[in-house]
Ligand binder design. Structure first.
Ligand code: BG6
Length: 302
């Protein structure tokens, strides 16, 4: 990252002591945001929140020690933005999994503060590269709010003359002490597609993890809460604009297959994703917009 680019970003948007732009991991530009005791790092590539937490407390988000921070590469951890589709492309497996938004450089367009929250807005618009993968005009904006909660608001706008159909996810990776000792509350009674078998089941009781898990929970707007007794905390994920929640842990074999995921890391993470997964895509009329949002907060147990 050239100093001149960072200087220009800081000149335009920095909030002294609250928000600054620096060369992050791999020399990639990122924003450092501080709001009271809370701190977040946001990579401009992918509009990717790579860290969030309270000073002196365990991190809330997880990132692999093998994560790649390089142009065009998705980062393994934090909160990748999956868009305009979730998972494999519906008809063409050659197109990137989870869309292209997480691989593109976004523009920083706004900064604001108030009520203990510091916010940064990033924007991605269509260009030759995105139109080759998805032939539609679009404007996508992510506002990240940092304070006692972390908020993400992803708004897609259709500036074109034809309707567009979009899916996606705020693919949040959470840090847990031991995934086999955690549970997720909020999905009781929800039907889910087990992506490992293609079968549908109904969730009985809290979700617990003791093997590879890759599930799309449908018809649910519920807040999910990760209960982590070993860390003595919960992490709640409230959402809007989403009727699907994805729960993922790669476990032993899949972790081995992922080059940017160390073999021994799967017990320390759990993905609970605020999604517009297949079956929950949104069609935007010309001029239409859709906001997918998540509010993430940790709290002590008891
Ligand atoms: C999850 C999917 O959302 O993301 C999984 O349900 C997938 O099937 C996982 O393996 C990670 O995807 P990627 O493309 O970042 O390796």
């Amino acid at each position: 990252m050239q100093d001149a680019t960072l200087d220009a970003l800081n000149h335009r948007l920095a909030l002294p002591g609250r928000l600054s732009f620096e060369a992050g991991p791999g020399g990639m530009p990122h924003a450092l945001i501080t709001a009271g005791d809370f701190r977040a790092e946001v990579a401009l590539q992918g509009a990717h929140v790579i860290a969030y937490g309270r000073a002196g407390a365990p991190p809330i988000l997880w990132a692999s020690r093998l994560a790649l921070y390089a142009p065009g590469k998705a980062i393994r951890g934090g909160i990748p933005i999956c868009w305009p589709w979730f998972g494999p492309h519906p008809t063409d497996p050659a197109r990137p999994a989870h869309g292209f938004a997480r691989n593109r450089m976004w523009a920083a367009v706004g900064a604001a503060e108030g009520d203990g929250v510091v916010a940064l807005t990033l924007r991605l618009s269509d260009d030759e590269v995105t139109r080759a993968l998805w032939p539609h005009p679009f404007t996508l904006e992510l506002t990240v709010g940092v304070g006692e909660a972390l908020t993400l608001e992803l708004t897609a706008l259709n500036p074109g003359a034809e309707p567009i159909t979009v899916g996606g996810a705020l693919h949040s990776y959470f840090s847990v002490a031991d995934v086999t000792r955690t549970s997720i509350i909020g999905l009781e009674g929800a039907a889910y597609l087990d992506q490992l078998t293609g079968l549908t089941h109904t969730q009985a009781g809290p979700v617990t993890i003791g093997a590879e898990v890759d599930r799309i929970y449908g018809a649910t707007a519920a807040t999910c809460t990760i209960v982590d007794p070993l860390l003595g905390r919960t992490i709640s994920i409230a959402k809007e604009g989403s009727m699907t929640t994805v729960v993922w842990n790669p476990w032993v074999e899949k972790a081995r297959r992922l080059a940017d995921f160390a073999d021994d890391e799967y017990p320390a993470m759990l993905c609970v994703e605020t999604a517009n997964a297949p079956g929950d895509t949104v069609t935007l009329a010309p001029g239409g917009r859709h906001t997918l949002s998540a509010t993430i907060a940790a709290a002590p147990i008891g």
